[in-house]
Design a protein around this ligand. Structure first.
Ligand code: FAD
Length: 307
């Protein structure tokens, strides 16, 4: 049974007509449909509430999905890991399954904000906010994740490569659709991943750069079969550095290979000059450093130390 939170008044400051708390996914979709695009989902609220206070969105109601059943689990099905829409960064950072089979994601989630933010902020909210350096989005992009999105019209699955459209804008219609699940292949034998973050402090700080990589070696363990290199913020969206990835495909695992790949990533990334995050030139240099470190660690995890 849905509830309206009439007893709580904090949301009235946001000039909302209603704060709705559906008990089922169907109810939540009906509520969104009823508002015809003028309502928005809230999960942890760590992005949406500040954005409403800054008047970035025009919405009449919030649909709080935190009571929906079955969306707070991290599960393995065969070699695929599924993460429900209500899984928080704290849950992901502490998950034994993610630490073992997708360590880059556990580390990314562990780097988000502060314990308070990690305890309520969700990975799904991190994706839907569409920020280019989000600490869960970058490793999920490197892991080749896809999302399941539902609306009153049905369900669709989208690879993250098609999900991020522009700064703060994704392929999800925020007034009509709900992201229910994030799925990606677990790292297996001969594969490795790594997450690197450059920031001024260790907590509660915007990253100057985030980098996540995944590599798969061939059976000899001396040649890279596939690599994914994700970076942010070096473009308006979380970014896969394809030049670097193409160069790595079929290349031997050597210091020279890793060094050239890191240079390519720096040449083709486009960070802005930013007072908060540092100059473009500095960050391009640091892309080189982070990509090199991440690839070395990922190759070592996959079974080949870089020499
Ligand atoms: C102090 C502070 C520090 C922060 N530090 C970091 C940081 O270091 N790194 C980082 O990456 N982020 C950081 N953030 C941003 C934020 O915490 C994360 O992006 C968080 O993961 C958002 O999740 P949420 O559940 O709070 O989303 P919400 O705020 O509830 O929602 C965010 C957006 O996603 C939509 N949404 C949420 N869930 C769904 C869903 N299932 N389906 C459809 N739409 C949905 C909402 O409508 C809204 O548009 C910080 C925020 C704060 C306030």
């Amino acid at each position: 049974m849905a509830q309206a939170f009439d007893g709580l008044h904090w949301w009235r400051d946001l000039e909302l007509a209603e704060y709705l708390v559906p008990a089922t996914l169907e109810e939540a979709l009906e509520m969104l449909a009823r508002y015809g695009g003028r309502a928005r989902v809230v999960a942890g609220g760590t992005d949406v509430v500040p954005a409403l206070r800054r008047r970035e969105y025009e919405v009449e109601a919030l649909v709080d999905i935190t009571r929906l059943p079955g969306l707070d689990q991290i599960e393995q099905e065969g070699e695929t890991i599924h993460i429900g829409a209500l899984v928080t960064h704290a849950q992901a950072a502490a998950s034994a399954l993610l630490r073992e089979r997708a360590g880059l994601l556990a580390r990314g989630c562990g780097a988000v904000g502060s314990p308070q933010i990690r305890n309520v902020g969700t990975l799904a909210g991190n994706l839907v906010s569409g920020q280019p350096a989000a600490d869960a989005s970058i490793p999920l992009l490197a892991l080749g994740a896809e999302v399941t999105v539902v609306s009153a019209q049905g369900q669709r699955r989208l690879p993250l490569g098609e999900f991020f459209l522009d700064l703060g804008r994704t392929a999800l219609d925020p007034g009509r659709e709900i992201l229910t699940r994030i799925s990606f292949p677990a790292l297996g034998p001969g594969q490795g991943g790594n997450f690197q973050r450059l920031a001024k402090r260790k907590a509660l700080t915007l990253p100057m750069l985030v980098c996540a990589v995944k590599v798969a070696l061939d059976p000899s363990r001396r040649v890279i079969r596939e690599a994914a290199v994700a970076l942010g913020p070096v473009a308006p969206v979380p970014w896969r550095e394809r030049h670097c990835e193409e160069f790595l495909r079929g290349a031997p695992v050597t210091i020279e290979t890793i060094g050239r790949a890191a240079e390519l990533a720096a040449e083709h990334s486009d960070p802005r000059d930013s007072l908060l995050r540092g100059s473009r030139r500095y960050r391009q240099e640091m892309v080189k450093v982070l990509v090199r470190r991440a690839l070395e660690q990922a190759c070592a995890q996959a079974g080949c130390a870089v020499e």
